[in-house]
Ligand binder design. Structure first.
Ligand SMILES: [Zn+2]
Length: 112
């Protein structure tokens, strides 16, 4: 899949499947394979950590977001606030690579 159709950092997304279905959150990290993302407050897991005084880590149970597959989320359009699919609009085809932007399939406005 082309990078222009991908979810990006800071996108608002809606969870379609899984434990957090129905929730929305902001994308914190897009993993290098582009198939998974970490979303703020979604897919929380408890991680047991050892105390490490040198790094000022207290230890115990820390809640942390786990990556979620992009097929389980949908982007939320910042213009119309609806869950949508990402469309591509060519802004300038005279340059190479041609300039494109991600657009909302529902309202047509830019998602970038
Ligand atoms: Zn829209």
């Amino acid at each position: 899949m082309a990078s222009t159709t991908s979810i990006r950092k800071n996108d608002q997304v809606y969870v379609l499947r899984g434990r957090d279905r129905g929730k929305t959150g902001r994308v914190l990290i897009v993993l290098p394979d582009r198939k998974r993302v970490v979303v703020e407050g979604i897919q929380m897991i408890k991680r047991h950590t050892r105390p490490n005084p040198q790094k000022n880590i207290k230890g115990g149970i820390v809640e942390k977001e786990a990556p979620i597959d992009v097929s389980n989320i949908a982007i939320v359009c910042k213009n119309c606030n609806k869950r949508t699919r990402i469309g591509i609009t060519v802004i300038d085809a005279s340059v190479k690579p041609r300039r494109v932007e991600r657009t909302c399939r529902k309202c047509g406005n830019s998602l970038d």
